[in-house]
Design a binder for this molecule. Structure first.
Ligand code: FAD
Length: 435
């Protein structure tokens, strides 16, 4: 007698943009989906902002847009796009020899296509909202993947108590020992048919998969740190301080400063520079930082960011590293596959890290569909496992070279953004002025 058709149990590790989209794709195909996320729900206003270590504003491109379009979630893409700002071109900022500031707009596409500025947290929230509407999805926040046996298809999660220190402060009778007790995690074990690891660059799924699959792994920290800054809306009319429909770049040769528009008419900016520059400036930020900006990023300080704000933001915002990761294969048998930064974290200079991760989801589910995972004829356990293993094999073969190529392009685009953007015309003009 044929086995009764039963929904696959899909466990998604990580509710970042890639994990959330993967969960949507699986849920819209009828899977029983459980999402386990290390952090608290980012929609909870009392949660530590997610943007602590993640850039607030990202460039969303057709790769990512198309993956949301294909998600079968009605209205999702429209909701996301409502909260974006088109960036038609990059704006290169510089100073001529005579001291005059200039801006040069360079269109992204001869046919008028463009990229969109999006707030990472809003995008993530829209995806979580779409997930919550589906009856076959359960979201488990404050759950950390700690182990997995991919042959037995069992994973272990630490479930962290959601109690907050402020609760403790409001309850003075609660002593510290009790507080520690409350905080202590409990471990749960979870069975699955397929686990999708979308738990970011320091992926625990990938780490545990390495004990099962013969996984080649390569990681590189490039000699560049980044720090976020903020250009407030112009007063008194609260308008954008610079053109909102551009990605602004101040190229500096071995470093650069960029600004991306936000819906509240501010700009999220990032300084990228070698670690040695950060150390040198950190020795005496009061004097060195403003001088560094004045010399290299004309028109930023004090015109767009006041001297005191620049120093405060440099002091208070973290100085973070950039990692580039390649690995292969992306799966083990029929039981696990890694997507997004977990599989191919890349430097941000091509603006494609998240976009490529969202595209992973579309490519993976296209291949699962092609192998008949969701066809009635593949509903018995054994044939579905076999079909899934063949699909994951094909996914690694197809996706790993593509992701590695995007990874390499991202590294190469750093050179383009920090100095190549100084177009031949610009370079010739500068040369003529200087000779
Ligand atoms: P993440 O966003 O890292 O999400 C992983 C999730 O997994 C997190 O929620 C985390 O809490 C959770 N998690 C981690 N460990 C566990 C565990 N053990 N158990 C359970 N959950 C866990 N990309 C673009 O496309 N365009 C851009 O313009 C762009 N700009 C960038 C600028 C900067 C400065 C940086 C640093 C990155 C930029 N990126 C950009 C890259 C982009 O941020 C990432 O590629 C994207 O966030 C990856 O999404 P993800 O869902 O794979 O991983």
């Amino acid at each position: 007698m044929a086995e009764v058709h039963k929904a696959q149990k899909v466990v998604v590790v990580g509710a970042g943009p890639v994990g959330a989209l993967a969960a949507l794709y699986a849920a819209n195909r009828g899977d029983d989906v459980h999402v386990y996320e290390l952090r608290a729900d980012l929609r909870d206003p009392s949660t530590t902002p997610l943007n602590f270590t993640k850039s607030i504003n990202l460039a969303l491109s057709e790769r990512g847009i198309n993956s949301m379009r294909q998600s079968q979630s009605v209205g999702l893409l429209e909701e996301v796009l409502k909260e974006t700002i088109p960036m038609h071109a990059r704006m290169i900022h510089g100073r001529r020899k005579g001291g005059e500031l200039f801006q040069e707009s360079q269109a992204y596409d001869a046919n008028g296509r463009y990229i969109q500025a999006v707030d990472r947290a809003s995008l993530n929230k829209r995806l979580l909202e779409a997930l919550e509407k589906l009856p076959n999805v359960t979201l488990h926040f404050n759950h950390k993947l700690t182990g997995a046996d991919f042959d037995r298809k069992t994973a272990w999660f630490e479930q962290h108590n959601n109690a907050k220190k402020t609760d403790h402060a409001q309850n003075p009778t609660q002593n510290d020992a009790l507080w520690d007790d409350q905080k202590r995690a409990t471990e749960i074990s979870v069975n699955f048919d397929l686990i999708i690891g979308a738990d970011g660059a320091h992926s625990a799924t990938r780490y545990h998969m390495m004990k099962f699959a013969r996984l080649d792994y390569q990681q590189e920290y490039i000699d560049t740190l980044w720090c976020e800054f903020h250009i407030a809306p112009r007063s008194p009319d609260s308008s954008f301080a610079i053109d909102p429909n551009h990605l602004h770049i101040w190229p500096g040769g071995s470093f650069m400063f960029i600004a991306i528009p936000s819906l509240d008419k501010s700009f999220t900016c990032t300084l990228f520079a070698p670690a040695s520059h950060f150390s040198s400036v950190s020795e005496n930020p009061e004097q060195k930082l403003v001088k560094f900006f004045h010399q290299n990023f004309p028109g930023v300080c004090p015109e767009l960011i006041s001297t005191s704000d620049l120093q405060k933001q440099f002091r208070e915002n973290p100085h973070l590293p950039l990692i580039s990761i390649k690995c292969k294969p992306y799966h083990y048998k029929s039981s696990v596959v890694i997507l997004g930064d977990a599989a191919h974290a890349m430097v941000p200079f091509y603006g494609q890290g998240m976009n490529a991760g969202l595209e992973d989801v579309r490519v993976l589910f296209d291949i699962l569909d092609k192998h008949g995972i969701y066809d009635a004829g593949t509903s018995d356990h054994r044939s579905r496992n076999e079909a899934r293993e063949a699909a994951l094999d094909e996914y690694t073969s197809q996706r790993a070279p593509d992701a590695a190529a995007i990874n390499d392009l991202a590294l190469r685009n750093y050179e383009e953004m920090r100095s190549g953007v100084q177009s031949p015309l610009y370079k010739m003009r500068k040369w003529m002025e200087e000779t």
